[in-house]
Design a protein around this ligand. Structure first.
Ligand code: KG4
Ligand code: ZN
Length: 367
């Protein structure tokens, strides 16, 4: 592998772990400042829409068909040639493994052909650093990762150093939005559609369950809410009823996230200095206005600073993968060309090993 340039790093990032084929060029200067030179995202909504969810085989094929063009577009729009890269970072998991293999193989090809280091990036580490694409957020911080596949609270001490405080025992928050959206007849992905439907709705019209109320831990559960909302949705006929149920569901999800974050903030405070009280929310659900407002209130109440990625970097993108790669490369960490694609890859490997039943961010039947 080539030696690293001391004066900043220009990295190509690749993301193919779900239904977005994305490539981005990010520059990280020596002082840690970050600029996104390009970020191209090709979505596969149309291919998956008829099925109401992502079909892994279709996703993998679509990634193969578009990765070349999307990576070329990212380089063109950054105004750079491949010879100007200092490294390439590709998502190596967790995710739909057929898709992960496509981006990782492309990254290996760039690494081999151009003699630049490869970084095999954990997709969740990408989300964890994504707030740094818009603001100078220092370590350590308390992270709420809320996406379609994950709902976790983590203490992040530094690059690759995460300790999990809580996780979901059934569905992820984004999954709950998507499934309840489906019950309400909304298109996939349900989260953004449900947020639109909820505008102006009365969140108190329908009684909805509050999960794990008596527990003192930081775990989440959304399956009770999903079942209750689906039952109510079946009985609705008028538009204002659907709007009010959407508002109630959104408020219930925001409230649960906020309650657990409150507990996690108290725990985090026990082992951190006042100057280290930073809160970051990342993942697709961080795009939701009601969720953000609830979390902002948590921060005000507990004296934490608040950071969330710019909206464009909340959902899956390759800029966050490029930045996670750049942070690792800046510390001299890279991977060999035999790096494997991993369908499962917990951020807090220690917590996963200690309790295999909830290794991957879920506990219970679906773990
Ligand atoms: O991070 P992401 O793009 O992919 C995963 O790694 O899962 O998150 C996608 C998830 C989907 O479940 C989607 O419904 C949800 O984020 N989402 C939202 C909003 N925008 C995206 N949920 C609620 N409100 C939104 N505005
Ligand atoms: Zn994601």
């Amino acid at each position: 592998m080539t030696t690293l340039k001391p004066s900043g790093l220009t990295i190509l990032g690749l993301e193919t772990s779900c239904d977005e084929t994305a490539a981005s060029v990010v520059r990280r200067d020596e002082d840690g400042s970050v600029s996104v030179l390009s970020s191209i995202i090709g979505t596969q909504f149309e291919q998956h829409a008829p099925f109401g969810g992502v079909v892994p085989e279709l996703a993998a094929r679509a990634h193969v068909e578009s990765i070349d063009a999307i990576a070329a577009e990212a380089m063109r729009s950054a105004g750079l040639g491949f010879e100007e890269l200092d490294g390439v970072a590709a998502t190596a998991g967790p995710g739909l493994v057929g898709g992960v293999m496509v981006g990782l193989a492309f990254g290996k090809a760039v690494s081999l052909a151009r003699g630049v280091p490869l970084v095999a990036v954990n997709h969740l580490e990408g989300h964890a650093v994504s707030a740094r694409l818009g603001a100078d957020v220092g370590y350590p911080f308390l992270l709420l990762l809320v996406s379609g596949g994950h709902c976790q609270l983590l203490e992040v001490a530094g690059v690759g150093a995460c300790k999990r405080l809580g996780t979901t025992i059934d569905d992820a928050a984004g999954e709950a939005f998507d499934k309840i959206g489906k019950s309400l007849g909304l298109p996939y992905p349900g989260g953004p559609a449900l947020e639109k439907l909820a505008v102006g709705g009365n969140p108190d019209r329908y009684p909805l369950p509050r999960a794990l109320l008596g527990r003192k831990d930081c775990d989440f559960s959304f399956s009770g809410l999903k079942t209750a909302a689906a039952r109510i949705a079946e009985t609705l006929t008028a538009d204002d009823e659907r709007r009010d149920l959407a508002a109630g569901v959104q408020a219930a999800i925001a409230r649960q996230l906020s309650e657990r974050v409150d507990r996690a903030m108290k725990l985090y405070k026990e082992s951190h200095e006042p100057g280290d009280l930073r809160f970051v929310v990342a993942g697709g659900v961080a795009a939701n206005g009601a969720v953000r407002a609830a979390l902002l209130a948590n921060c005000e109440k507990n004296d934490f600073s608040f950071a969330a990625p710019p909206l464009a970097y909340c959902t899956d993108n390759a800029a966050m993968i490029a930045l996670a790669g750049a942070e690792r490369l800046a510390l001299g960490i890279s991977d060999d060309l035999d790096a494997v694609a991993r369908p499962r890859w917990p951020l807090d490997e220690a917590a996963a090993l200690a309790n295999p039943a909830n290794a991957y961010g879920r506990k219970g039947a679906k773990a």
